[in-house]
Design a binder for this molecule. Structure first.
Ligand code: OOG
Ligand code: MG
Length: 255
């Protein structure tokens, strides 16, 4: 028997205290289904502390990310209101273990989205699209993990920041994306890196949530996944992601 609650507590504590922990798979044999159960239980602890669920994130939807982390399967995680950083705000590196940032695109849903759905149906549930960034912060030492380990650890999700919402019918096809540290480009990519088109990530998000017995809800944000490899954060950087036609989103990092 895999001790779901105990493993969930280990990861929740590691996130809460910003202290790295060993990969669960070093001591425990568990399946991918167990991993999603551990994730759900660890997020439930956050909800029990008063956080509110407000979306979901997709992971490994681009080749750049799969290559960087040496994993080839799409994964997903859960977002809460506490994870949200306001556009332009400052985060303290102290609250993280070893954070990295990646340029993304976010969707805001105006109505629930079940599965099956076509790309057009998915887009008809969208209220806005925006330039976004995800701050990932694996709770495992050295940012190293198996597929099960990273799924249990809420797909490394730690924080996310979303720029001004643009109209839902904005073109998302092959948009240039530039992520800068203090005005210097550190990652350059295209929205096409995200499964060929970010709406495919939204459809996949609907499918994966449905498969786990949940549903994408009205008001939720869906993060489509990093278009490029992630960059390590350090104090003193201003981080900006600019997406062609969608504008930009930024935050600052202090010690
Ligand atoms: C896992 C999370 C992947 C993405 O956008 O592909 C992810 C990780 O790289 O630690 O968030
Ligand atoms: Mg991501």
């Amino acid at each position: 028997m895999v001790e779901i609650a105990k493993l969930a507590r280990t990861l929740d504590n590691a996130a809460h205290r910003a202290r790295a922990t060993r990969q669960l798979s070093e001591n425990t044999k568990y399946t991918l289904d167990d991993a999603y159960d551990i994730q759900a239980a660890s997020i439930q602890r956050r909800l029990d502390r008063g956080e509110k669920r407000n979306g979901m994130k997709m992971g490994f939807t681009s080749r750049a990310k799969m290559v960087q982390m040496d994993l080839n399967d799409m994964i997903w995680g859960r977002l809460t209101d506490q994870m949200m950083v306001e556009d332009g705000d400052t985060i303290s590196i102290k609250n993280y273990v070893h954070p990295r940032v990646e340029p993304e695109i976010a969707f805001l849903l105006k109505r629930p989205l079940g599965y099956p759905c076509t790309a057009a149906e998915a887009l008809s549930a969208v209220d806005g699209v925006a330039a976004a960034m995800e701050i990932i912060d694996s709770r495992y030492k050295n940012f190293k993990f198996s597929l099960e380990d990273v799924v249990a650890d809420n797909a490394s999700s730690s924080s996310f920041v979303v720029g001004p919402w643009c109209p839902p019918d904005s073109n998302l096809d092959n948009l240039g994306m530039v992520m800068e540290f203090n005005g210097r480009p550190v990652q350059i990519g295209s929205s096409a890196a995200i499964l060929g088109h970010p709406v495919r990530s939204l459809v996949a998000a609907a499918r994966l949530t449905a498969e786990s017995g949940e549903r994408l809800e009205a008001g939720w944000i869906v993060m489509a996944g990093g278009a490029t490899a992630a960059e390590a954060l350090r104090p003193g950087v201003n981080v900006r992601n600019t997406v062609e036609g969608l504008g930009s989103v930024a935050f600052n990092v202090t010690a």
